[in-house]
Structures are given as C-alpha cells and as structure tokens.
Write a protein that binds this ligand. Sequence first.
Ligand SMILES: Nc1ncnc2c1ncn2[C@@H]1O[C@H](COP(=O)(O)OP(=O)(O)O)[C@@H](O)[C@H]1O
Ligand SMILES: [Mg+2]
Length: 481
Amino acid sequence: MAADPPAQGTRRTAGWWRRRSLRFRLTAVASAVLALALAVSAYVMIGVLGQALLTTIDDAIYQRARDTVSLADAGRLPGEMTTPDGTLLQVIDAWGRITHATTGTDRLVPLLDPGERAAAIAKGRGRFLDGGPYGIPHVLRVRVLSADHGRTVIAARPFGEVETSLSTAGHVLVVGTPLLLVLLAGASWVIIGRTLRPIASLRRGAEEITDTARSRRLPVPEARDEVHSLATTLNDMLARLEKADARQRALVSDAAHELRSPLASIRLQLEVALGHPEGQDWRETAEGVLEDTLRLARLAEDLLALARLDERGGTPGRGEPVELDQLIPQTAERYGEAVTVSVAGAPARWPEARETGEKDEANGGEGTIVVTGDALDLGRVLVNLVDNALRHTTAPVRIELRTEGADAVLTVTDDGPGIPEPDRERVFDRFTRLDSARSRDEGGAGLGLAIVRETVNAHGGAVHLEDASPGLRAVVRLPLS
Ligand SMILES: Nc1ncnc2c1ncn2[C@@H]1O[C@H](COP(=O)(O)OP(=O)(O)O)[C@@H](O)[C@H]1O
Ligand SMILES: [Mg+2]
C-alpha cells in the first residue's frame, strides 16, 4: 500500500530537479562534470608528482650506494664518510658488523637485519623503512647493494621532503580546485544566461501578443542561430494564422451580409401581407417568400460546401474511382436541350441508351476517363459551371470531356458576354460577383466558382476561364488515375 520510501525520495528529487530552470540545470550539470574532471586531474597529478619524486630519490640513493660499493671493493673507503645530500650510509661486513658509516649514523645497529638485507638485495629496488627505532623522525627510503667479501652497503634517505612537497601540492590543489570550479560555474551561469536570453525575449513577445493582441510578431534575434530560425518559423506561423483568421472574419461578415437581404425581403413581404390582409394575394406572397427561402437554402448549402472543403484542408472527401465519362452526361441530363455533351470528341450517348445495355461503345468502352476523388463534389463542379453559363448564354451550353496526356479535361462553353481578362481570376474569390443588379437575382452569392476551384484543387487539378470568342470557356483539368 505505502510507497517504497527510497523510491519515493528518488521521485521527489527527480521532480525537484525538473522544476528547476533550464539555466540552473545546465550550470549544475556543467559544474558537476567540471568538478569530476578537476578531481580526477588533481588525483592523477599528485600521483605522477609522487612517482617522479620517488624515482629521483631512488636514483640518488642507488648512485650513493654504487659509489660506496666501488670504494669498498677498491679498499679505499674513508674513515669518516660524508654525503653532500644527507644520504645515510652503512657498510656491513660478512659478520654483520658495521665497519663504516656516515657521520651521525648508528655504528652499532644496522638499519636492516641480515634477512631483510638479503631480501632487499634480491629485490633489487628501493624500499621504505620506519626511521623511528633509529631515532630518525621520518620514513626512510632504503637501497641495499652487495660488495666483495660478503659485505653489504645500505644507503638511506629520509622521505620526509617528498612528503612535504606532495602535501604542499595537495594544499594548493585543495584550495585552488574549488576556487577554479566556482569561477567556471559562474562563467557557465553567465554564458548560459546570455544564450537563453533570446528565448526569454521570445516568451515575452508571445506574452505581449496574448495580452494586447496588437503586436503580432515575435522579436527575431540578430544572431543567425537556432533561436533565430525558431522565431522566423513562429512568425511565419503567426502570419498564416492571421491570414486564416482574417479570411474567417471576412467570410462571416460576407455571409451575414448575404443573409440579410433575403431575410429582409421575407420580413417585408410578410409584414405587408399581415398589415393589409384584405385583398391580399396569399399565393403571390407565398411564392415570393419561397423564392427568398430557396436563395437562403442555396447560400447555406454553398457555405456548408466551403466549410467542408476548408475542413478537409485540400484533400478530396473520398478517394474513389470516378468515371467522368459516365458522371458528366448523367449530371448534364437534368438540363435537357439547354446543353450538349460530347465525350472524347464523340457526342455522348444519353443514359437511356446505357440502360438498354449498349454500353458506351461510342466512347470506347466503359470507364475510360477515370479520376480519383468524390463523385458528388465533382458533379457539383459541373453544375456550378453550367448554371453560370446558362445565365449568360443564348445558344445551348457546350460540355466537352476529353483526355490530354495524363489529364482529363472538362470544358463548359457558352456564347454570352464573357468576363474581361482582368476579372477572370478575381471571380474565383469567395463572394465575388460581376453581374449587374438586374441579373443578380438569378445568380447566387458569388460562391459558385470558389467552390469549383477549391474542389478541383483538392483533387490535384486546376481550373481557369478563357475567352471563347464569343463567350466564355471554363477549363477544368483533373489528373487521370
Ligand atoms: N459564364 C459566365 N459568363 C459571364 N460571367 C460569368 C460566367 N460565369 C461566372 N461569371 C461571373 O462570375 C461571377 C462569379 O460566379 P460565381 O462564383 O458562380 O457566383 P454567382 O454565380 O453566385 O454569381 C458571377 O457573378 C458572374 O459575374
Ligand atoms: Mg454561380
């Protein structure tokens, strides 16, 4: 039931650590690594220094011992031995008596007993010896060599000076290392703080945007570093959001505007009818109201279609194979004699022919012009284009479908007044109408072509308007699947 106390403690420490600032954590980690590195190097340095000093002493006492052995072998040992560096010497004969010794050295007791002497000679290296029993207040470093006639030479030197050097070096390091560490930690703290400053100013910038909603860009640091690219990327994102926001606002206000006139018209008709019920032609009123209601319904439908397109963010609603050579004649059927349809150069067979089983031989078989996407949406593209064309044309509207390379090309041509070149792109914008007030009643809210373009783009295609002299031709290209 109760949590394991050590595990709990670890978790609490981890939580505490995560709550610290990035600056603190970076500095702490850098300092810890530095401390470890400094400690290791101090340890290695003391070791190397000690080893070097030991080697120096060993070399010196070996040299003294060798010289003494040479003198002894030559029988030229002086009665009073002295050494300039304070090395102690004892020469011991085969019977264990000290025959010569440096001044001040014990002449009765050898520093090492016979067994130790033999072992030291066999080892051939220096060894440590406590100087206490011989009245020397230091540890001694001792080297033993054998000479002729069973004699032995012992050379010894106090190790104290080395210990002093080492402890001096140790003291310097014990005081210096933490000082150095504090200095370096301070420098890290300052440098890291300076590095993080642009991030802090980004944060402040973001805060200002939220607070005032006026300045809409983050401060971009001068240095061309990661923070710079972060700031520019965020600013690009803000710009996109701002644009989307503005578009959304415009859409809402345009939509509200478009809703107002049919609603006002309905209200007026109903108020007049109710205000003067006597002699009122209720049928006429109902027809007027119905017409306005249909306009409202069409507008709602168009807005919904646009909202769906926005929602899908540039992809078709479905990804099914759509046989355009079937879909286009089927959709055009409802217009009857007002349109002519030709598929891949030949006049399209009407659906009745298909129902009797003669399957599109004239079009080169079934499903030859297939694109991937949403049949309902693509049908709406044709309907929107034909509706526009019918409003302006005098002759039947021509619908043509053919393939061109890897594309299916659908054209809708009328012989109306067309659209002047400078307006041919603009009419694809939402709520853009060019019609005069007279013909406006028939048209929609100016969303038809916007829906066409966004649908076609979502299917990976393109649409444009061109001059058909006389009239206008809408050209839709869709990639074949
Ligand atoms: N075939 C055409 N001939 C002339 N003008 C056209 C044609 N098609 C579209 N337009 C112009 O483009 C405008 C935008 O068309 P559209 O987006 O379908 O809106 P709406 O049909 O609701 O007016 C129309 O108002 C009209 O002025
Ligand atoms: Mg239209």
